[in-house]
Design a protein around this ligand. Structure first.
Ligand SMILES: [Zn+2]
Length: 452
């Protein structure tokens, strides 16, 4: 690796300039801005490092294209899939930025600008590692498939359909993704999976209009009461979900998962204080990390009915609405859980409620003992010179299930950005040290996995 690391050092200033240039393009998916232009710039970067590069339209002219890169190495036994996204969050509020979001600037060893950390700097580290391996080492030892997503920040609405229809383009033995921020104190971390999500909206109606609670109270059915009665059936006091069969497919943590959870530093008293709580939610027999990694959860995220403004308003509401999200774990599917939710309502006498499916993401998980996992852990440890934190699962949801679960590519995610990168916020930044280490880590990962 010495020659490769030497090349990275020698070319580092140029890599930084290239990244700064890339971050000048405002590729904002939520505002449908600049994505096509940025895709054009990226495909040139992919071609410049010796890969076949293509811009691929997804679902018609109204949707931005993804960027695809491919390298076939004669004699290579393995294929690595790399996922990144080139869309960024809207930069607003503009006044809160010290320097304009799309005029990146270096200050105190960091590049400031929208997209520097999330995610341009992180996937660009992969591209530069490939350049370094081709130009300075023994070459790239494995086939590569690269997908740069134009819509990650808005939930990648077109991606599942596109990838499942073009699965041949993405066939690979392993998948790698650099995204997110390092842990507190800039401790590097690895994530092997995500919870999925099944979100629903529940609506109920009683009568044709709101009514006077004096004139009609005791007579007129109340939509809010009806909805609350239903919500009461969903979980017990400890937070255990009462939907029949809700837990039946849940895969418990294995020994390696258990050991990894126990190794994550955690101070419960401090955590409770910081969150302003006296106790955690959830059944007592489940540990803190087990609850967010290996157990599904049901959450009411919105509740609307009647009058919530100042002063009294004595009305019987005719409409009530609840929004609910269920976070899912390995082996559960959003389709299965949605059906169970609907049948729970019917069996409990609430068949009249309207239940509308919303966002659905599958859970995904790569076993900790996977050979790729070991190679990535070794690379991160070596480059960052620190023991990384290992998360068997992170609680949120993301599109990696498309590759992991639907295409069968085991995915591992490592953040290549500093803890305080201010992603999604003003003054987003990427530490130059992290950018350099990201390039080195990717180079090491590609080299080691090529030999697996
Ligand atoms: Zn983001």
């Amino acid at each position: 690796m010495k020659k490769v690391y030497g090349y990275i050092d020698e070319k580092f200033d140029q890599f930084v300039d290239e990244l700064i240039d890339l971050c000048r393009y405002p590729s904002i998916s939520a505002q449908k801005k600049g994505l096509q232009v940025c895709a054009g710039v990226l495909v040139e970067h992919i071609r410049a490092i010796g890969l076949h590069g293509e811009i691929m339209p997804m679902g018609g002219p109204d949707n931005p294209p993804l960027v695809y890169g491919r390298l076939d190495v004669p004699g290579a036994k393995r294929t690595l899939f790399i996922y990144g996204h080139f869309d960024v969050q809207p930069p607003e509020p503009l006044k809160a930025w010290e320097t304009p979001p799309f005029q990146p600037e270096i200050r105190n060893g960091r590049i400031y600008g929208r997209g520097t950390g999330d995610n341009k700097g992180q996937f660009f580290a992969h591209l530069k590692s490939i350049e370094a391996l081709s130009n300075a080492g023994d070459g790239v030892p494995m086939n590569l498939r690269i997908l740069l997503d134009p819509q990650e920040e808005i939930g990648s609405p077109m991606l599942e359909d596109f990838v499942t229809k073009h699965a041949d383009l993405f066939r690979a033995d392993f998948g790698y993704n650099a995204d997110g921020s390092a842990g507190e104190g800039n401790v590097p971390m690895l994530s092997f999976g995500n919870r999925g999500v099944c979100a629903v909206e529940v609506r109920t109606r009683a009568g044709s209009r709101d009514t006077h609670s004096g004139q009609f109270g005791g007579l007129m059915p109340n939509a809010a009461c009806r909805l609350v009665d239903f919500l009461k059936t969903l979980r017990d006091e400890s937070g255990r979900v009462r939907i029949e069969g809700f837990y039946e497919n849940v895969l418990p943590p294995d020994d390696a998962d258990q050991a990894a959870m126990e190794a994550i530093p955690f101070e419960q008293t401090a955590w409770l204080r910081e969150m302003g709580l006296s106790r955690e939610d959830g059944p007592e027999e489940w540990s803190h990390f087990e609850k967010v990694m290996f157990r599904p959860a049901l959450n009411i995220n919105g509740l609307t009915s009647g009058y919530g403004g100042s002063g009294p308003k004595t009305v019987i509401p005719c409409e009530a609405l609840a929004k609910i999200d269920m976070r899912l774990v390995k082996n559960q599917t959003p389709v299965e859980i949605f059906e169970k939710f609907v049948s729970h309502a019917r069996k409990n006498g609430f068949g009249d409620l309207e239940i509308i499916p919303q966002m659905q993401y599958y859970p995904s998980k790569t076993p900790l003992g996977h050979s790729m996992g070991r190679a990535v852990i070794a690379a991160v440890k070596d480059v960052f010179e620190r023991e990384p934190l290992i998360y068997p699962v992170t609680g949120g949801s993301n599109p990696s299930y498309i590759f992991n679960e639907l295409c069968g590519i085991p995915m591992v995610k490592v953040p290549y950005a500093n803890f305080d990168e201010s992603n999604h916020a003003p003054n987003e930044n990427l530490s130059l040290d992290f950018f350099r280490k990201g390039i080195m880590t990717s180079a090491r990962v590609i080299r080691d996995m090529g030999g697996l």
